[in-house]
Ligand binder design. Structure first.
Ligand code: NAP
Length: 255
């Protein structure tokens, strides 16, 4: 996909950058001139991703971090700023899926795990990014929600609760920081062809044909299509866009 943004001199941080839409977004930021901190739990995927970018002449920093651990999050945000001198843009994207479950049968540890990563992880990342952006007096943050942040689906109550929570965090913090020059928005992907979705299909937790048919565009989305939305939300082209939960879903929630 053709990068149309010029982020030369800017610094971007992307969580979940070892795979799927985080990896695509880290690449797109780098190709648009930004220095990029790539953050992930998966150390080998992370090293490969950062190595690919530095081999192509981009500035990239690999930071292993579990976003559900606030101390690790604080350290990785500080490391980013120590290394690159500032922080202008962040895509808080790291997330997990859990097996679908009848709401009456779901184990508490599944609820706790999905909310620790998908909701508390976004909360912690946004908190520590804002500390630097507040001091700088500007920045743009995009949090990764989901179509699951906008609608319900049987069997998915805990995952959807985490993604609805991301929208609450986003809109409240967006109102708080709009007067201070920091724009905060969320992106809500539909079903996107990433390792997360391949894994759900392989485990029989999602049917590809049904998932394609459920999106009015009749196909799954690509990680690059989410990257383009994240970059636009961080760009000056979205200078008047604050606190939105942007569906990028082939029309799923428009039905
Ligand atoms: P993915 O391919 O599985 O990539 C997610 C990355 O996040 C993986 O590298 C994963 O590492 C990492 N990660 C997981 N837990 C982490 C943690 N605690 N700390 C740091 N990194 C962690 O998934 P994706 O499909 O690109 O999903 C990205 C985001 O989009 C997630 O928030 C997901 O909920 C959301 N989303 C996805 C879809 C979809 O259809 N794919 C739709 C809507 C929303 P490991 O591989 O080691 O777990």
């Amino acid at each position: 996909m053709n990068p149309v943004y010029d982020f030369t001199g800017k610094v971007a941080l992307v969580t979940g950058a070892g795979s799927g839409m985080g990896l695509a977004t880290a690449r797109a930021f780098a190709e648009s001139g930004a220095a990029v901190a790539l953050v992930d739990l998966d150390e080998s995927a992370l090293k490969a991703a950062a190595g690919e970018l530095t081999d192509s002449g981009h500035q990239a920093l690999a930071l292993t971090c579990d976003v559900s651990d606030e101390d690790q999050v604080a350290a990785m945000v500080d490391r980013t700023v120590e290394t690159f001198g500032r922080l202008d843009m962040a895509f808080n994207n790291a997330g997990i899926q859990i097996p679908s479950s009848d709401a009456a049968d779901e184990p508490a540890d599944a609820f706790d795990r999905v909310n620790a990563v998908n909701l508390r992880g976004v909360w912690a990342c946004m908190k520590h990014e804002l500390r630097h952006m507040r001091a700088q007096g500007g920045g743009a943050i995009v949090n990764c929600s989901s179509l699951g942040g906008l609608v319900g689906l049987p069997g998915r109550a805990s995952y959807h609760a985490s993604k609805h929570g991301v929208i609450g965090l986003t809109s409240s913090a967006a109102l708080e920081y709009a007067p201070r020059g920091i724009r905060i928005n969320a992106v809500c992907p539909g079903t996107i062809d990433t390792p997360m979705v391949s894994d759900m299909i392989a485990k029989g937790d999602l049917d590809r044909v049904e998932a394609e048919a459920n999106q009015p565009i009749n196909r799954l989305g690509t990680a690059e299509e989410i990257a383009q939305a994240a970059l636009w939300l961080c760009s000056p082209g979205a200078s008047f866009v604050i606190g939105v939960a942007l569906p990028v879903d082939g029309g799923y929630v428009a039905r």
